[in-house]
Write a protein that binds this ligand. Structure first.
Ligand code: DX5
Ligand code: ZN
Length: 217
């Protein structure tokens, strides 16, 4: 089980402080939400910010690209120091090529599906995926309510992983709190992204501890 705090809900004026805080509290990945105002109706951060936070932490930077034409930016994120790059299947007609590019840059390749996208849409690239990110909200903003219908897809991905001996981690992102994390874990999820639950709290370290506690049961 891995916890990936999303810095989308961190204080952007104090990113280094907020990253160190969750690293100390036992986070496993730092989840970086990249939005372009086209693929999703919000704009956040780009490769320059990834490069700036790279020296701040030893944790893997899990970059979630919510951008159109992700192929055009994969190398920039790789150079900036991303350890995992997630691309949405809905954002490109060439998901296979995008994953090839990520792997070619020696970065772990993640493929992501929106709540309305079936697992079938990524069936033919599962073999090459190091991570599959199942969105449990519609991407664009932190603090939204968990979409329970997505859990079925986590189960499907877990079953496919076992059947074909795939190596990907299953990550869930959106509306994750202890109750929803437990539901996703029971379905087969390995990595839990949480933004507002962790950062919109007076003590983010207690929130990480609370997640770890339910997931360790
Ligand atoms: C949503 C982002 C998420 C977001 C999760 O578009 O991909 O990573 O930060 O935020 P919470 O945990 O608040 O739902
Ligand atoms: Zn995300």
């Amino acid at each position: 089980m891995k916890i990936a705090p999303s810095i989308l809900s961190a204080d952007f004026a104090n990113l280094a402080r907020d990253i160190k805080l969750v690293e100390k509290a036992g986070a496993d990945y730092i989840h970086v939400d990249v939005m372009d105002g086209h693929f999703v109706p919000n704009i956040t951060i780009g490769p320059a910010v990834v490069a700036a936070i790279r020296p701040v932490t030893k944790l893997p930077l899990d970059c979630h690209l919510m951008i159109e034409k992700p192929e055009n930016y994969i190398l920039d994120f790789a150079k900036a120091g991303a350890d995992i790059i997630n691309v949405h299947v809905e954002a490109t007609p060439h998901i296979h090529r995008a994953l090839q590019m990520i792997k070619g840059a020696d970065v772990k390749a993640g493929v992501t599906i929106n709540p309305g996208t079936p697992v079938d849409a990524i069936k033919h690239v599962l073999k090459m995926a190091d991570l599959v990110l199942v969105m449990t909200v519609n991407p664009g903003f932190g603090g939204q309510a968990f979409i329970p219908e997505a859990v079925e897809k986590v189960k499907e991905l877990k079953a496919l992983k076992e059947e074909f001996d795939y190596h990907y981690e299953i990550e869930v992102d959106g509306g994750i709190v202890p109750e929803t994390a437990e539901i996703c874990q029971a379905a087969g999820a390995d990595v839990f992204v949480a933004g507002s639950y962790i950062y919109n709290a007076p003590d983010p370290d207690e929130r990480i501890a609370a997640l770890k506690e339910v997931l360790a049961k």
